[in-house]
Design a protein around this ligand. Structure first.
Ligand SMILES: Nc1ncnc2c1ncn2[C@@H]1O[C@H](COP(=O)(O)OP(=O)(O)OP(=O)(O)O)[C@@H](O)[C@H]1O
Ligand SMILES: [Mg+2]
Length: 451
């Protein structure tokens, strides 16, 4: 039975939450201040903590920080008063799983608790799975051997075994669609369709009938009945690309569909069941869209059950040679042009470039280099010809800090052989701060442990 610790300075709230969670099947303890909370965390294993951001005169953020230092594997959900979302967003950056604004409804709370516990469980399994992944999923299309991409693949393998909604976040060109398809192919739904819709590409007035279908005569131009994409996906996978761009009216409708798992075609009176599994992707920080009121919070939590964050190409530089050769072989197959290799100088240039367009940009650069080459080997001058910074390897200023921080953290992890306490000492950081940084840069200390 999962153990939940609730920390709030209001005893009434504690009583209500305790009752509600206990009847939801959880073991619950409570605390009204930081000292009591930390005592609990030290004496029992707590799976999840619900923290009020304002604890009398104490600060919930500090408590969260200390709590994660004692027990980094505890999932944290922040409770916050309406109007103080900034603090909650700050908490998410420091490693909270999610937040709820008061007053919240009991159902939303239970959904989030379930999501957080599920994610925590997955995080524990991911490491064990890393070795198994490749063989199981037929992942030969996904090139890469960096720790960052291995972590993603392990998460995909894990998600493929469940039916929960998956949320993929990654900058443009990082492989979101490829990952969504891989997940589909790895799941028991592989023999049903994979259907994708790009929420940014369909005009708002058409999106509803595209998704839900329509009856004949439902609106001007509806000259015959059409089933809609959700129905077309059947028991397969439905991929909502660029979900952050979904209009707010449509968000409300989608939320209802996910809650009831059924929908009505436009102008139709007979209900259709939703059988497909949902995967949503975005290249924005959707949490920020929520904070700004552009994306519904309740919908966010519905789709954000298993989050997968894709690393940028700059975060997995060690994969560049593999990827470059993979694309070279692919382009040579397609064009028949006899270009067999990439010169060391050309590869060096690829390795130091910043790749704002990620893998898609790398693919284009290789394609362009093949076209320009007149010998069997791609030479440096034909690589990244029109990119001013490429020759110096100098990143734009805005990227430089991130690149430095990531390399620094990698060095610290290597020196400490993945021992986080030691790494934190080396870096002169608190453990919880270090954890937050590692999460930010997609680094996993386990990857640096010997054996
Ligand atoms: N790990 C990988 N190995 C091989 N090819 C990859 C990998 N990741 C991505 N690609 C290729 O890179 C290109 C971009 O991938 P994809 O379209 O999935 O990215 P995306 O994140 O959806 O991009 P966008 O935000 O621009 O829609 C595709 O041609 C894809 O096949
Ligand atoms: Mg895409």
């Amino acid at each position: 039975m999962a153990h939940i610790l609730v920390v709030d300075d209001d005893p009434n709230i504690l009583r209500v939450l305790k009752m509600r969670l206990a009847s939801g099947g959880y073991q619950v303890s409570t605390a009204t201040d930081s000292a009591a909370a930390l005592h609990q965390i030290r004496s029992t294993e707590v799976s999840l903590a619900l923290l009020d951001l304002k604890l009398g005169r104490e600060d919930g953020l500090t408590l969260m920080h200390d709590l994660l230092e004692v027990s980094p594997q505890t999932a944290v959900i922040i409770l916050t008063a309406f109007g103080s979302i900034a603090g909650a967003v700050e908490a998410m950056k420091l490693g909270a799983f999610s937040y709820l604004t008061k007053p919240f409804d009991g159902q939303a709370l239970l959904v989030q608790i379930r999501n957080a516990l599920e994610q925590r469980r997955l995080a524990g399994q991911v490491h064990r799975l890393q070795g198994l992944v490749g063989e199981r999923l037929g992942l030969e299309n996904i090139v890469g051997h960096s720790p960052a991409i291995k972590l993603v693949l392990a998460q995909v393998a894990q998600a493929a075994q469940s039916d929960a909604n998956v949320y993929i976040e990654g900058a443009s060109g990082t492989g979101k669609e490829l990952i969504a398809k891989t997940l589909h192919v790895g799941s028991r739904r592989r023999s049903s369709p994979f259907v994708a819709v790009n929420c940014a590409a369909i005009p708002e007035n058409l999106l509803e009938s595209e998704l839900f279908g329509h009856e004949k005569g439902a609106f001007t131009g509806a000259d015959r009945q059409r089933p809609g994409l959700l129905a077309e996906a059947g028991g397969g996978t439905f991929f909502f690309d660029e979900i952050s761009e979904m209009p707010i009216t449509m968000q409300a409708k989608l939320l209802r569909v996910l809650e009831e798992r059924e929908f009505y075609p436009v102008g139709g009176r007979s209900v259709v069941r939703l059988e497909a599994r949902l995967v949503a992707a975005t290249n924005r920080n959707l949490m920020e869209a929520v904070a700004q009121g552009r994306f519904r919070e309740d919908l966010f939590y519905r789709i954000h059950v298993i989050p997968i964050r894709l690393p940028t190409l700059a975060e997995r530089r060690e994969d560049i040679p593999l990827l470059a050769r993979h694309f070279l072989a692919k382009i040579v197959r397609e064009t028949g042009k006899p270009v067999a290799d990439i010169s060391p100088e050309a590869m060096q240039k690829l390795m130091v470039y910043t790749w704002p367009g990620n893998i898609r940009e790398l693919e284009n650069v290789i394609e362009c280099a093949v076209t320009l080459s007149d010998g069997p080997v791609i030479e440096a001058p034909n690589v990244l010809r029109d990119r001013p910074n490429a020759a110096t390897g100098l990143p734009p200023f805005r990227d430089a800090k991130g690149i430095f921080e990531r390399q620094y953290l990698q060095q610290v992890l290597e020196l400490s052989k993945g021992n986080v306490t030691q790494a934190a000492q080396l870096a002169g950081k608190y453990r919880a701060d270090l954890y937050a940084l590692l999460r930010k840069y997609g680094l996993n200390p386990d990857d640096y442990r010997p054996g």
